[in-house]
Design a protein around this ligand. Sequence first.
Ligand code: C2O
Ligand code: CU
Ligand code: CU
Length: 478
Amino acid sequence: SINTDYFFDEAAYNTHDGGYVPLAEPKTPQQPLRIPPLLKPDKETATDTYYTVEAQAGETQLLPGKKTKTWGYNGSLLGQTVVFPKGKTMHIDLKNSLPELTTFHWHGLNVPGPYTDGGCHAPVYPGKTRHIDFKVDQPAATLWLHAHPCPSTAEQVWHGLAGLALVTDEEEAKLPFPRNYGVDDIPLVLQDRRFHEDNQWDYEADYDPDGVQGPTPMINGTINPYFDVSTQRIRLRILDGANRREWRLHFSDDLPFTQIASDGGILPSPVKFTHLMLTCAERAEIIVDFGDVTPGQTVTLYSDDVPIVRFRVHDFAADDVTLPSHLVDIPDPSVTPDMPVRKVVMSGMDEAVMMDGKKFEMQRIDARQKVGNVELWDVTNTNDMEGGMVHPFHMHGTQFLVISRNGHAPYANEHGFKDTVGVNPGETVRLKVWFDKPGVFMYHCHIIEHEDGGMMAQIEAFDPDHPQTYKLMDMDTL
Ligand code: C2O
Ligand code: CU
Ligand code: CU
């Protein structure tokens, strides 16, 4: 069967926001989709890989005429794609060449907090470098890197500090998925921007406490992109990298596609769709089969009714591989006995956003969970449908399982590991959460202005046999 709806509550779509900025099709010429290059290791052995990731300011030719002032990692805009092979140890120099403090957060990566994880307690000051080491310890997945200094995460991401990180493993390598990066395995970072005078971005002018938006779709840092398809099947690794925007994706002629992975890795079974909605920070890997498309035709990817990428289909060799109906086993550990269900509440809109009735404080640890314990979390969005919104709930330090939505089964593509889940107004989403690594980890709404506005809290995952103390940053010491 093919899923043909977006699942989320229509009344809560961002299109109903007072401040909604509709996307508009760019009038500038089409350009080839930029493919972020793979980051070259500084050094590599059979067991270890060494990288340098540098945050830097630059200029990017986005539109005809003046270049746009942008920020990026190892480039002027967005990032180079970092590959993390499972089982190997990574050694990364995080270099800040920006004029202000930043942090390097590996969204979805299973590493200790709060310093390796790179949230707000791991600042790198201008001109300085921080070094992290970790062993890659999770299944193949599409993760991402973004800046996370509190409370200017949103502004730094808007400037361009977002890139991809791909975990690879042997299990994924055995599945019949396209994986020729840049040819049939294509990242799609979905963002939106507004261009002001001289093609510049102006975060302050566009500021909205419910999330900054712009009318121009920007895909991998390309305005009005096309991609030349040369294979029958392509795999798209889609990231909602926008500060606020939801993407409601569908192809021309409702061409069906198959989702094979979500935030934390491969789904237990492939799921067919014609329509797919992503909330901020969510990822979906999909396979699109152009077998029924005549070479020479163009298949367009839309969000709502606006074209965002054009796939120009060229001649291709036949590839009628069918996916197995079972892809991977997802572990489902049983809940640790006698643990109460944890309650988390996302409330408010605009400046009034809160987590559990409080605003985020860097030095306050809001909850503790023992490493290895498996606990149920009930995450509630108390907005009402009238004027409320979907809040994408994200946790650092874990990939969780979605158990239910208001007591009902989760959506068809929520049966794999996730680190971000959209919660509808009036809904309680039950999660199964465990931490493998100790640390202080943040959890928050991933509408980035809501996170910066205080809809965020932090939990210590602790190991009673190895108690630790953490140096937590304070807004005043920044
Ligand atoms: Cu994508 Cu706290 O982050
Ligand atoms: Cu994160
Ligand atoms: Cu929110």
